[in-house]
Design a binder for this molecule. Sequence first.
Ligand code: NAP
Length: 335
Amino acid sequence: MPSDASLMQKALDAAWRYQVLTFPNPAVGAVVSNDAGEILGMGAHHKAGTPHAEVLALKEAYLTLTHDTRIEALSDSMALHLFLKENHQDLFSHLSLHVTLEPCHHFGKTPPCSSLIEALGIKRVVIGSYDESLSAKGGGAYLQSRGVDVSFGCLKEACDTLLTPFTCKEKKEPFIFYKLALSANNVATGGTITSLESRTMVHRLRDCCDLMVIGGNTVRVDRPTLDARLCEGKAPDILIYSHHKIFDKSISLFHVPNRHVFVDATLEKINAYSMVMIEGGAGMLEAMESKVEWYLIFRSPYTKEGEEIKLPKGLQEVFSQTIGEDTMSWYRRVW
Ligand SMILES: NC(=O)c1ccc[n+]([C@@H]2O[C@H](COP(=O)([O-])OP(=O)(O)OC[C@H]3O[C@@H](n4cnc5c(N)ncnc54)[C@H](OP(=O)(O)O)[C@@H]3O)[C@@H](O)[C@H]2O)c1
């Protein structure tokens, strides 16, 4: 029978696939299992305003248990809450829910997960991180007061790490990550490196960022647009980090609607933003080495001609997934 830790690890893996994409909400994963530890449903929060991880895991578990395909058509959070509350037939009363973050306890863009869990009569809830946000906290204690067997702190360190962008937001600090595309032999230059799937993912990430930082040389060499057209998303503001003040204003990044472009020899602007992606080549990587803790590397399976880039020391892989023919890996730098 799988341990709480291994079920929580599955919830963590589900959540990491949507890291940053859920911002300003936290990335959260959830797993529903039976007494034998068999997984009946798994879910991750995908995007702010859409159903929470718990709701999607419960939806999948309901389908596994009943084969009632009516639920498949429901994607709205309120509709899923109502459907599950009306149709659960006490099927959940012997089940456990492992969730990386304490279930929310307030009406936000979606109804409270705590009320749904209570209504379904879930026997046991295993929680990774406490929700410290003033608006949503208290779901675990509430469920405990309603007789649910609740335990806190399962894989807490890993669950807290998953929560870093959200924790930064709560502290009014920017979450900063360096995104890099690399060939199999660590070349970062010479045009397109990764697959369309990876590049679409980068545009989805840009859609969730409010600022991108790019080095002056990349602007001159690539003449990029740096928008989110592959997912029809919104383009973040741009900070061009440079010793120079003058750039060719015919470059398309200057002509994206509803965007501010700053040119600055300091990085102070970053502090006015909450989700910041840095892109650049070897020079930028070196300039940022002492300032950036999080790195997101898209790695192609193909080699490329060019100079091998020197990655910062102390990168520890936190999560990796396949995307198209590439891999996409999150690293945390340990000093
Ligand atoms: N694979 C990828 O993910 C990726 C992403 C982006 C770019 N690239 C490639 O990377 C290559 C360019 O790389 P690169 O490293 O030469 O250029 P870069 O990414 O633009 O970074 C270096 C530039 O940053 C600015 N800079 C660095 N330290 C600074 C400081 N202390 N104060 C102010 N500005 C500072 C300078 O701009 P100024 O020279 O204007 O002062 C410098 O030229 C291009 O071939 C591009 O295609 C690859």
